[in-house]
Design a binder for this molecule. Sequence first.
Ligand SMILES: CC(C)(COP(=O)(O)OP(=O)(O)OC[C@H]1O[C@@H](n2cnc3c(N)ncnc32)[C@H](O)[C@@H]1OP(=O)(O)O)[C@@H](O)C(=O)NCCC(=O)NCCS
Length: 354
Amino acid sequence: MHLRTATPDDVPSLYALWDRAFDAPLMVPVYETDDGRLDRTHVALDPLDGRVVGSVYWTPRELGGPDGDTLRAGGVANVATAPEARGRGLVRALLARAVEQMERDGADVALLFTGTPDVYRSSGFETFDVPLLRGAPRPVDDPDTAVSDPADDALAASAPGPGTEGDAPVQVRTDRLPGVPWPAWSAAFGWEQLAGLHGAFDVVPGGPRPLATRRTAEHWERRIPLWYSGAEVFTARAADGEVVGYLALEPGPGVLKVRELGVDLTAERAGEVVDALARTTLHRARHHDSPVVEVRLPAHALTDRFVAATLDAPVADTDTTGMLRPVRAGSDAVDRLRDTAAAGVGFHWPGDYV
Ligand SMILES: CC(C)(COP(=O)(O)OP(=O)(O)OC[C@H]1O[C@@H](n2cnc3c(N)ncnc32)[C@H](O)[C@@H]1OP(=O)(O)O)[C@@H](O)C(=O)NCCC(=O)NCCS
């Protein structure tokens, strides 16, 4: 089997491989947001016909480290072997080449998310725990004021919402209804407004939040809307239209997942913004007939408040889909990163999944 990095000629059979291996319509669009992708896509080629029969791709990221520092990370994704070539160590060999390249590139750690961790353990990856909570949505009796046409600011602005900002009510509106195709961000507001709120959540005393990706403008403009293209994005607005909070909810079979919460943590009325967004979550749970709401958010007093307002009798569970591997960093640093994740302080947002 011939192993090398991908060339433009490999792309049709690479995409055909992914099409066979995954039911993931976003995989190619997300991959194509990375301009340097082919040079970091390691492929195995069938010696007879030159088809791509194995792939491992990685993308460089900056993450919060365990000690208030910033780490360079290689995010591993699009790992596949054609059914007829499985069980021969192809992915193990491709992962080794990818990690060597990361090391040359100066990566401190490698990161991935998977439902099959045993594929990666022999390549040096170990899972990390992320706490989450699930529970039945609390009953809600006030009218749902949040849903509006994303193209119609006037309609949204006319809908009074719960909560107060100063003396005026905070209004929660949807900025993208389910089924509206990408891009998720409506023209009525820019990603910069969300980035400011998100950024407040991504610092902890002493530096950047461990494990959290430093989002670039390109991420906000291209990757994040793709990741949340199956989600509903709501914004909480002050009376002057300023975005003071946002929420990404992902409805799915039997569960409504709270994927992202952004609030200006320093704002005097931040708690009321959280309450308004929690009520929106309850209305959406009712709308989708979701018996369960899942909250996977970083540890914070406002997260606790959101949970208390949203979940009835929450039950703790652990997300173990994330895996880490030291590259240039010592294993002690990676162990400490794992500890921060288990404590709910270290956090990787679903919208940044590699
Ligand atoms: C999973 C997959 C990538 C494995 O590819 P492969 O080339 O057969 O893997 P390798 O032969 O290199 O095996 C590497 C390790 O993975 C293990 N492994 C392989 N398939 C596995 C599976 N489905 N579940 C758990 N472990 C698996 C092997 O036992 C081996 O373990 P070891 O190194 O401890 O002996 C391949 O089956 C595939 O493409 N599946 C569909 C897509 C997918 O699930 N991708 C991973 C998404 S995160």
